[in-house]
Design a protein around this ligand. Structure first.
Ligand code: ZN
Length: 209
């Protein structure tokens, strides 16, 4: 199975994931993980890295997982296989061939994208099971509520720490940061911890019965 939208139902484990970064507010998210524990998975957009190499380095150094989210955030529907392969490879070179996870922009055409990514040494394509739409929603409490209501063993939550260069949506990611400030301590209180997607996928499910 190379396309996943959730992990095994491992007790108390979920994966918070972040797309389109690194961005100016990624360090705030890293600070919150440092304060409350746990790790995230950051699906890096190649074009976002320039000038933010230090932030990417810190993200890796602090034990978070890095995934490939293409270089320029193309719509898969509008791109040929070759164009997608090139865009994925361009991001992968920037990331030093380390990532094993891929997330298609917009989650679009995931099965086809997964086959192309798999051929580029990215065996697992990751979608999500909880979608707070934080790229659109500006109320931190509303974002936090979707995260907390979606808490279930194995859940994968889709958030955003930056934005594609060509986008009409609001760039400022303060609502996401403030939502995490609410959600992370509450997750802990409910017995949940965010682990990386690779850790989540490797976790043992709760024994039935
Ligand atoms: Zn994206």
């Amino acid at each position: 199975m190379s396309v996943v939208s959730q992990g095994p139902a491992a007790a108390g484990l979920v994966a918070l994931t972040f797309d389109d970064g690194p961005g100016p507010q990624t360090p705030d998210i890293l600070d919150l993980f440092r304060q409350h524990g746990g790790h995230g998975t950051f699906f890096v957009l190649g074009e976002s890295v320039e000038g933010r190499e230090e932030i990417l380095g810190r993200t890796i150094a602090e034990g978070h997982e890095i995934g490939n989210h293409t270089f320029s955030h193309p719509h898969a529907m509008d791109a040929t296989d070759d164009e997608l392969a090139h865009d994925i490879a361009r991001c992968q070179r920037l990331l030093g061939h380390a990532p094993v996870l891929f997330r298609p922009p917009y989650g679009e055409d995931a099965l086809r994208c997964s086959r192309i990514a798999e051929a580029r040494m990215l065996p697992t394509t990751v979608l999500w099971s909880v979608d707070p739409s934080d790229w659109l929603e500006r109320d931190p409490q509303a974002i936090a509520t979707v995260i907390l209501d979606g808490l279930a063993p194995g859940a994968i939550v889709d958030l955003h720490d930056c934005w594609p260069r060509h986008t009409s949506t609001e760039a400022d990611r303060t609502p996401t940061v403030e939502a995490l400030r609410i959600a992370l301590p509450e997750m802990g209180a409910r017995g949940y911890r965010s682990v990386t997607v690779s850790e989540l996928l490797a976790a043992a499910p709760i024994a039935p019965g």
